[in-house]
Design a protein around this ligand. Structure first.
Ligand code: VTB
Ligand code: MG
Ligand code: MG
Length: 323
C-alpha cells in the first residue's frame, strides 16, 4: 500500500479542485457530483484491488461512490477504502470554513463497516489517550480528560457542531465551565483539531455521521489520539417522531444485515483495526487545520494533510497545480 501514497493524495486534490469552481453556488448535489466523478476517475487508474467499504450509498446509485464498488486496475494490494468526496457539501455550497475532500485506505477488513447513519463520537488527542469512556456521562469524561491534561475544567476546550441536537451537550459542558467551540459543520476537521499541534481543541463530542467517524478514526489512530463511538438510530439523533421511527427501523435492519451492532460502544481499534492506513484530506474552503484552495498567478494551489501509517509520517503538502 505504501506505493499508493502519492496517488491517494491526488484523489483528494482532484475532488477538491473539481468542487472549487462551484464554491458558494448553493447546489449541494452538483458539488457532490463533480467531486465524485473526479475521485472515481483518479481511483480507477490506481494499481490496486480497491473496494469502497464506506461511501455515500449502499446500492449502485450513480454518480455516488457506493459501498461495494470495486476500483483500480485489479493488480496490486487489496485495499478497503472509506471516502467522503466532499465533507461537507453544505459548507462548500454556502462558503463555510473547513470543507474537505477526504479518503482513507486500509488493509482489507480493517475498517468498521458502517452504514450511512448517525454516530455518537468522542475524540481526544494523545495527551488524553485512555481518559475517555462513552459508557460514562459527558461530565465524567470531561473531568477525566481535564485531569489527564493537567488543567482545570474552565481551561478545557470542547469542539462540537452548532446544531440543535447538541444543545444539551453544550449546556452540560458550559455548566462545568468548559469552553465550547461550536462550528456549523465538519466533524472530520473537528476531530483533527484535537490531535494535531496547534489544533486548539482538547476534546470533540458530536452526534455526526458514521462514515465521517470511521474516516476520522484512521487519522486519530495514526496521530496517537483516542476515540470512542456508538452507532445511534435516527430517533436517537434527531428526535422520536413517527417518520423518524420508520427511518430508524430501516437503519436497524441494515445494521443487522451487515452484522453490526447499534448502541454498542466501539473503541478505536474496532473503528480501525490496523496501523497500516493512509489518510488524505485536501482543503476546499479555508480551514483551521488545512488551508483551502487559492488562486495564485493563474494557477490553483492546494493544501493536503496526508498521514501515512506505512512509514509513520504526517505530511502537510502544498501543491501548485500547473494545469
Ligand atoms: C454529520 C457530520 C459531518 O454533517 O454528518 C453532519 O459528521 C450531518 O449534518 O461532518 P445534519 O445532521 O445537519 O444533516 C457534517 O457536519 C458535514 O458533512
Ligand atoms: Mg459528503
Ligand atoms: Mg460528510
Amino acid at each position: 500500500m505504501k506505493s499508493l501514497a502519492y496517488d491517494i493524495v491526488r484523489t483528494t486534490q482532484q475532488a477538491a479542485l473539481a468542487a472549487w469552481p462551484l464554491l458558494g453556488c448553493g447546489d449541494k448535489n452538483q458539488i457532490d457530483g463533480v467531486a465524485v466523478a473526479a475521485m472515481r476517475q483518479q481511483l480507477s487508474g490506481m494499481a490496486m484491488q480497491g473496494q469502497i467499504v464506506i461511501g455515500e450509498g449502499e446500492i449502485d446509485q450513480a454518480p455516488m461512490l457506493y459501498i461495494g464498488e470495486r476500483l483500480g486496475s485489479g493488480h496490486g494490494p487489496a485495499v478497503d477504502i472509506a471516502v467522503d468526496p466532499i465533507e461537507g457539501t453544505r459548507m462548500v455550497a454556502m462558503g463555510q470554513y473547513n470543507a474537505l475532500a477526504v479518503i482513507a485506505f486500509a488493509p482489507h477488513n480493517a475498517l468498521l463497516h458502517a452504514p450511512d447513519m448517525y454516530m455518537r463520537k468522542m475524540v481526544v488527542g494523545p495527551g488524553a489517550k485512555g481518559a475517555i469512556d462513552l459508557r460514562l456521562p459527558l461530565e465524567q469524561n470531561l473531568r477525566q480528560v481535564a485531569q489527564a491534561l493537567g488543567k482545570p475544567l474552565h481551561q478545557l476546550r470542547m469542539i462540537t457542531l452548532d446544531k440543535p441536537r447538541h444543545e444539551l451537550i453544550r449546556q452540560q459542558a458550559q455548566a462545568l465551565g468548559v469552553k465550547i467551540f461550536a462550528i456549523p459543520d465538519g466533524d472530520v476537521a473537528a476531530s483533527l483539531m484535537t490531535c494535531l499541534p496547534g489544533g486548539e481543541a482538547d476534546i470533540m463530542y458530536t452526534l455526526g455521521g458514521a462514515p465521517e467517524g470511521v474516516i476520522s478514526a484512521c487519522a486519530v489512530r495514526l496521530l496517537g489520539g483516542d476515540m470512542q463511538a456508538e452507532l445511534i438510530d435516527f430517533c436517537q439523533a434527531k428526535g422520536d417522531t413517527p417518520e423518524h421511527r420508520i427511518l430508524a427501523q430501516e437503519e436497524r435492519r441494515r445494521c443487522s444485515n451487515m452484522g453490526i451492532e447499534i448502541n454498542t460502544i466501539l473503541p478505536l481499534n474496532v473503528l480501525i483495526a490496523s496501523d497500516e492506513v493512509i489518510f488524505s484530506a485536501t482543503g476546499i474552503t479555508k480551514g483551521d487545520i488545512i488551508g483551502g484552495i487559492k488562486q495564485k498567478e493563474g494557477y490553483l494551489s492546494t493544501e493536503t494533510l496526508m498521514i501515512n501509517g506505512t512509514d509513520g509520517s504526517c505530511n502537510k503538502i502544498h501543491t501548485l497545480h500547473l494545469h
